[in-house]
Design a protein around this ligand. Structure first.
Ligand SMILES: [Zn+2]
Length: 99
């Protein structure tokens, strides 16, 4: 069984968590100035990283809070977790698959 460290509750079973997508996607500051293509990119385009990826997770069957995690997509190993609003640790690798 995979264990995930919730930064608020501690280590719990993966069954208590839900993946929430890529972390650190900032909402545009001036949304009225965005073109249709820029909105499409903001809403639907995400990195497809082979290696360490910053992800958002939610402890749905625990505290219910969102948090961020660095996970290696090649091994499914969680390197670290951290609270929303904190910067990602320096271990973040931005190697990507595809263009
Ligand atoms: Zn929790």
């Amino acid at each position: 069984m995979l264990l995930i460290e919730c930064p608020y509750c501690g280590e719990r079973s993966e069954l208590e968590f839900v993946y929430g997508g890529q972390a650190h996607i900032a909402r545009p500051k001036n949304p009225a100035d965005f073109s249709a293509q820029e909105w499409t990119d903001y809403l639907y385009q995400r990195d497809n990283i082979k290696g360490v990826h910053a992800e958002r997770w939610r402890h749905t069957h625990g505290c219910g809070r969102f948090f961020n995690a660095l996970r290696d997509t090649t091994t499914d190993h969680f390197i670290t977790t951290y609270k929303v609003g904190e910067s990602p640790p320096a271990a973040l690798n931005t190697a990507k698959v595809g263009p």
